[in-house]
Write a protein that binds this ligand. Structure first.
Ligand SMILES: NC(=O)c1ccc[n+]([C@@H]2O[C@H](COP(=O)([O-])OP(=O)(O)OC[C@H]3O[C@@H](n4cnc5c(N)ncnc54)[C@H](O)[C@@H]3O)[C@@H](O)[C@H]2O)c1
Ligand SMILES: O=C(O)CC[C@@H](O)C(=O)O
Length: 453
């Protein structure tokens, strides 16, 4: 976004009212000047995928214009909508590819109201000066609890017994039904979710081993193993908690299932690409794997509805559904009231702080830069936000442009090809602002400029 795109740079309120300060609460403190990007009423936010009402409230309290949809949008509709907005909030279903993002001429920031950010072309967004935020751990506990439930459900074949009862069949069996006490849980990926799960599993009497590409401190009595194969050979239950990357694609496939114990169980609540589902089906049919719980799939429907989980979407769907002791859930690992409400607050706050103050702490694709707030009495101060290509000589040019004013504070950082400079300058006449903006916009390595005051 540039100030010229949304009206006059002079149409700015520099002295926040008491009611405004009361509304923003944690976002700006009472003793500091609330910076606003011209009129906050000009800011347009598009929220998809039923993002929680806590987020809508935060945005509305800021005075932003909010357009809300319960579902994701088809590509052509999304391209139309994204042309106009300054921020977009999504969850895991909306793919923000370069094809879509190239139409987003006013977009300043993207909020992923979830943990995963693989649905966004992060590199393209960074190079276009769009900061992406997520919620790194607000739903981790919910996922860990779901996995605990699935471990017991698989061990006791609860899914099958329940389906049988629903269809009138009484089938009281104990064969191949187990306690989980004393069994070994193998966790692949010992990050926020994996480590939380480790603590819960141990408290229920399980032995925990884990494999991770980095060395991570073991919680409780758990033990890190050196190779994935090591884990597969020893675990009774294997659960996946890694991100979707090129390295984790089909992390479990035919050779890995073959390496597992006979009668082991598999759980995947990470991303649908991490497990080769047709290979899992074969391993289950061969009796090698005794049960599986899947929450994520290579292709997932954009909305809720009957008949959407079909062979048309994923060629294996019918065969998978026909197998016994398979728990299938519609990507609900993080879907609890607690998690969604916390994520709504966390991500909406990050977006608001970035839009209103330029503070990029927590961005996943972008230099993380923050300046302390301006005091209320710093009336003639302007905050310069300047995103540029990370090449030599830029700072010299920029500071030359700012040099007629007092630079109160300045912070710059880079990440890959992109750098971000924040500076508070004082003694700025309102009439200077337009000229400052134009000079910064004309610099050769500029990606985006915003001036807040
Ligand atoms: N089902 C759901 O609703 C749901 C909810 C939240 C998160 N998730 C997904 O769960 C996954 C894990 O989330 P998290 O918050 O614990 O992530 P995290 O970043 O905290 O932890 C991931 C761990 O995986 C490790 N790792 C990366 N590549 C690896 C590899 N090739 N082999 C072994 N370890 C590897 C990392 O070092 C890290 O410790 C993500 O894919 C996330 O998108 C799903
Ligand atoms: O809520 C969602 O759509 C995604 C949940 C989960 O996969 C995440 O990445 O946090």
């Amino acid at each position: 976004m540039s100030i010229s795109e949304s009206g006059s740079p002079h149409a700015v309120s520099t002295s926040p009212t008491q009611s405004y300060l009361a509304q923003v609460g944690g976002i700006s403190s009472k003793t500091t000047k609330a910076l606003k990007p011209f009129s906050t009423g000009d800011i347009k936010i598009l929220l998809l995928e039923n993002v929680n009402s806590t987020a809508i409230n935060i945005f509305k309290n800021q005075g932003y214009q909010v357009e809300f949809y319960k579902t994701s949008l088809p590509e052509d509709e999304l391209i139309e909508k994204i042309k106009d907005v300054h921020a977009i909030g999504i969850r895991s279903k909306t793919k923000l590819t370069s094809k879509i993002l190239q139409h987003a001429k006013n977009l300043v920031t993207i909020g992923c109201f979830c943990i995963g950010t693989n649905q966004v072309d992060l590199e393209y967004a960074g190079k276009a000066g769009i900061a992406v935020f997520n919620s790194p751990f607000s739903n981790s506990r919910s996922v860990a609890e779901l996995v605990i439930a699935e471990i017991i459900t698989l061990a006791r074949q609860l899914g099958d017994r329940s389906i049988e009862m629903h269809t009138g069949t009484w089938n009281k069996v104990s064969a191949k039904c187990w306690e989980i006490r004393g069994k070994t849980l193998g966790i692949v990926g010992y990050g926020h979710i994996g480590s939380q799960l480790s603590v819960l599993a141990e408290s229920m009497g399980m032995n925990v081993i884990y494999y991770d590409v980095t060395m991570i401190m073991a919680l409780g009595n758990s033990k890190q193993v050196e190779t994935l194969d090591d884990l597969l050979q020893r675990a009774d239950f294997v659960t996946l908690h890694v991100p979707a990357t090129a390295e984790t694609k089909n992390l479990l496939s035919t050779p890995q299932f073959a390496a597992m114990k006979d009668g082991a169980y598999v759980i995947n609540a990470s991303r649908g690409t991490v497990i080769d589902i047709p290979a899992l089906i074969e391993a289950m049919k061969a009796g090698k794997i005794a049960g599986a719980a899947l929450d994520v799939y290579p292709h997932e429907p954009a909305k809720n509805g009957e008949g959407l989980f079909s062979n048309q979407l994923n060629g294996f769907a019918e065969e998978l559904c026909s197998l016994r002791n398979v728990i299938l859930t519609p990507h609900i690992g993080g879907s609890t009231e607690e998690a969604q409400s916390a994520i709504g607050i966390e991500v909406a706050t990050s977006l608001t702080k970035y839009i209103n103050e330029g503070n990029s702490l927590g961005a996943v694709n972008f230099p993380e830069v923050s300046l302390r707030d301006l005091d209320l009495d710093q009336e003639n101060s302007v905050r310069v936000l300047y995103i540029h290509q990370n090449v030599p000589g830029v700072l010299k040019t920029v500071n030359n442009i700012l040099s007629n004013h007092n630079i109160e504070k300045q912070f710059t950082d880079s990440r890959g090809d992109v750098a971000y400079l924040m500076a508070d300058i004082s003694e700025v006449d309102q009439t200077d602002i337009k000229s400052l903006y134009e000079q910064l916009e004309q610099t050769p390595y500029k990606i985006a400029t915003r001036l807040l005051y």
